[in-house]
Design a binder for this molecule. Sequence first.
Ligand code: TYD
Length: 396
Amino acid sequence: MIKKFLDLGYQPLANKYLKSYKKLSIKKKELYRLTVGFDTKTKLVSLFNKIPDRIMFDSNYPYKSSMSKTMTDSFKKLSIKIKKRFNPKLFLEIGSNDGALIKNFNKNQVICVEPCSNLAQITKRKGYLTYNNYWDLNLSNKIKNRFNSVDVIYSANTLTHINDLNQVFKSISNLLTQDGILIIEDPSFLECIKKLSYDQFYNEHIYIFSALSVTKLILQFNLELFDIEKLDTHGGSLRYYIKRINNNKIQIKDTVSKQISTELKFGLANFLTYKKFGISVKKSKNDLIQIFKKLKDKNKKIIGYGATAKACTVLNYCKIDNEMIDYFVDTTPDKSNRFMPGKSIKIKRYKKTLLDNVDYIYLGAWNFKNEIFKKEKQFIKRGGKFITHVPFPKII
Ligand code: TYD
C-alpha cells in the first residue's frame, strides 16, 4: 500500500526552461501535483503522478554531466575502479549523457544508451557506439542479438527516472553475462531525509532509492547487492554493486548489511518516519520564506546560483519569484537566457561580474557548495553571503 507523506503543490516540469516568461496553467496540463508516497510493503518511495518518459527526455535535454569538476573527477575515479575490479570486455552505460564517464574507456569496449538525441549525438560524434533509445526490453534484445551479453552495466541517476522498474531490471538481467555486474548510483533517501532536501523530488525523480528498497526490488530478478559505497554527489548518493544470486565467486561485503541496519535504525521501514519528514518540510518552507522576506524588507539584492531542477521544486513550493530573486547564474549554455519554469526568474550565463552588487546568493546547486565556495572566494571576502535550505534554511 502506497501512503502519501509529502505534498509539494502544483509544479511545472523541471528541466523545461522557458524561452520567455509564461504563466503555466493546470488546465493545459502544464502543471502537475507533486505528491510523494511510501510503499509500506516494498519500502520504495515514489511520486504519485508519473510523467511519461518521452515528455521529459527529448532532443533538448539541458543537463550535462561534464559541467562540473566534482562530477568529472568522480567519473574518472570510478572508471579506474571498474577496470581494476571487474576488467570488463564489454561495458554498457544506461543514460550515458554527454559521455563524462565513458570517455575514460576504450571505444571498442563501450556501448552507450541515451534517449536524449542532443546528448546521444555528442558520444556518437566522438566515435562511441551509441543507441539513441529509451532503456527497455526491445533495446536489450537488440543489443543481445548483436553482442550476446555484457560484462558490466552501469547507470547513474537514470534508472530512478524510468516508470517501469520491473522492465528496467528484466532488461538488465536479460543482457548481463552469468558473472555480470550491475552498478547503479542514485540519491540516497536516507541522506535526503537527514538533509531535509525535499528538492530531490521533481518529475524526473520518480523513485528515490534506499538500500532497503533496492534489495527487495532486485530480488525478483534473482539479483542481490554485494557492496555499497557512499558518495557525496547529488547531495549524498549510494553506489550499489549488484550480482546474480547464483554467482558465488563474489563475496558479499559487510557494507551492505551496515547500510541496511543504519536505514532500519533511522526508521526507513516505518511510515511514521516519512510522516515526520513531511511535517519538517512544511517548517523548512516557512523558515525559508521568512529569510527571503526579512532580507527583501532591508532591500537586499538576492540572486540564485545554479538553475537546478531541484531549485525549480523549491521556488514553486515556496512561491519564490522575481520579486525575491533578481536572476539565476548558471554555467550551462542551454539554460542561459531562459526562465526558471513556473517562476519569472531569468537565468543568465555565469560570469563573475554578475555577482557584483549582490548581497545574497541562494544556492540552487547546494550539492556543489564546496566547489562554488572555492570559486567565489572574492564574493565571500567582500562580505557576500549565501542562503540555503539544506539541511535547514539559513544564511551562510
Ligand atoms: P545539479 O545539481 O546536478 O542539478 P539538478 O538538480 O538539475 O539535477 O546541477 C548543477 C547546476 O548548477 C548545473 O545547471 C550547473 C550549475 N553550476 C554552475 O552554474 N556553476 C558551478 O560552479 C557549478 C558547480 C554548477
